[in-house]
Design a binder for this molecule. Structure first.
Ligand code: GDP
Ligand code: IMO
Ligand code: MG
Length: 429
């Protein structure tokens, strides 16, 4: 298996960026295939910290980095992120960075609509990142999106703009907003077009060539399976498919290309935004894990909700996403706890359940059944070999592996790139 697909197996922020950056030096190309700049991936290399939202995490190692067609792309954000990274010494040129010419664009009207809807929803809000992701995907599926390739045809955009504006003007009127200012939108697009177009190309073709040459491709997922539009905690999800199968659709390769599916799994659970969270901790331990794990959103700065490891959820996400093996991250955050808990099942209105039910009300109502394990007093922080881990930490990892019915391939013990224990090389498997 030459290729590896990295996906989040919880509600996002599992440490995908760190693992992709670590694996990127073994890959010939890194491809983002869904989501947009709602993602926030943090990479720590020596004394430098990189925060990426749209660019593939391979960009930092200089690996060919590709934004696939499944991504929704905010061109103004793209420019800002490229400039920020260049300011940190990262080289980004058409030689090492490409964007699919079929990506749908996120426009200012999408951001507006995201915010208007969230404000109007009050208590029922999703808690989105406010970056226009949902509205942009809606327009893509509604066949009225402006795409990257349109940036080279801005004088022929009238029919598409008619369709787009007819839809948005009606929605905006419902929120007492003025109609879309078409001229201003076109002017803004004209200004940004050359920047985006220098990277635009049929990336499916480039990736096919890369494959023919026998090169290794690393697919980088954003968000997590529990935020998947089909398999997640609907409606408290994002607007794309985050499961591994999307890697093929979102890049222009067939399903055989995805290779080894590496699920990134945090040693406990976090969630940003609204929605059910069976093992959520609203006590001192939750507070402590949140502080030790620096659980604040990369994109919005929001405090992440924190809870015990939920094996029911991860067993399910590994199953629906065909996970071959997992990378267990942030085990060091559990260091020093007297005992650690793992959720092994649910009780729902007097019944035992070994999966997360589909309905949001049932997901809210499930009560976790816990198994308690002894904690460890030694430290796992910075460990680079399995032998360096305290015996009880090893027991914890083994129990997780058993309960989720999926092997552990990597363990991450700090934010730093090199603090990673390799048990099975996903590229070699
Ligand atoms: P992503 O969205 O999945 O890429 O994850 P984020 O970058 O949003 O959140 C993960 C956070 O945990 C980042 O701040 C990482 O630097 C940090 N991190 C990743 N792996 C580890 C680890 O093993 N231990 C600790 N303590 N922090 C980690
Ligand atoms: P990474 O890639 C965690 C959440 C938002 C909200 C829901 C919908 O860093 O793991 P959206 O803006 O996508 O319409 O918001 O999804 N969300 C994330 N949570 N990590 C992410 O990405 C997320 N991207 C979106 O908080 O609950
Ligand atoms: Mg994140």
């Amino acid at each position: 298996m030459a290729n590896v697909t990295v996906i989040g197996a919880q509600w996002g922020d599992e440490g995908k960026g760190k693992i992709v950056d670590w694996l990127a030096s073994r890959a010939d190309a890194v491809v983002r295939f869904q989501g947009g700049h709602n993602a926030g991936h943090t990479l720590v290399v020596g004394d430098k910290t990189y925060k990426l939202s749209l660019l593939p995490s391979g960009i930092v190692t200089g690996t060919l980095s590709i934004v696939g067609n499944g991504v929704v792309l905010d061109p103004w954000h793209l420019k800002a992120e490229v400039e920020k990274l260049e300011g940190q010494g990262v080289t980004i040129t058409p030689d090492n960075f490409a964007i699919a010419d079929t990506c749908a664009l996120i426009l200012p009207i999408h951001r507006d609509l995201d915010a208007l809807r969230e404000t109007a929803a009050g208590k029922g809000k999703i808690g989105t990142t406010g970056r226009g992701i949902g509205p942009a995907y809606e327009d893509k599926v509604g066949r009225r999106a402006i795409r990257v390739c349109d940036l080279a045809h801005l004088d022929d955009l009238d029919a598409q703009l008619d369709r787009l504006c007819a839809h948005h003007d009606a929605l905006r009127a419902g929120f007492d907003q003025p109609p879309v200012n078409r001229r201003a939108l076109l002017d803004e697009l004209r200004e940004i077009a050359p920047f985006v177009l220098q990277f635009a190309q049929p990336v499916w073709k480039r990736l096919h060539q890369v494959r023919k040459d026998g090169a290794k491709i690393l697919f980088e997922g954003a968000q997590g399976v529990l935020l998947d539009i089909d398999h997640g905690t609907y409606p408290f999800v994002t607007s794309s498919n985050t499961v591994s199968g999307t890697a093929a659709v979102g890049s222009g390769l067939g399903p055989g290309a995805t290779g080894y599916v590496l699920g990134i799994v945090k040693a406990y659970t976090t969630r940003v935004g609204s929605g059910p969270f069976p093992t959520e901790l609203e006590d001192e331990i939750g507070q402590r894990l949140g502080e030790r794990g620096h659980e604040f959103g990369t994109v919005t700065g929001r405090k992440r909700r924190v809870g015990w490891f939920d094996a029911v959820l991860v067993r399910q996400t590994c199953a629906v996403s065909g996970v071959t093996g997992i990378a267990l991250t942030k085990i060091d955050v559990l260091d020093g706890l007297e005992e650690v808990r793992i959720c092994t099942g649910y009780r729902l209105r007097g019944r035992d359940l070994d999966y997360l039910p589909a309905h949001s009300a049932d997901q809210q109502a499930v009560e976790p059944v816990y198994e308690t394990l002894e904690g460890w007093s030694g430290s796992t922080a910075g460990a680079r070999s399995f032998a360096d881990l305290p015996a009880n930490a090893v027991k914890y990892i083994q129990r997780v592996q058993e309960l989720i019915e999926t092997p552990v391939a990597l363990v991450s013990t700090s934010p730093e790139r090199e603090d990673t224990i390799l048990m099975r090389d996903p590229f070699m498997d």
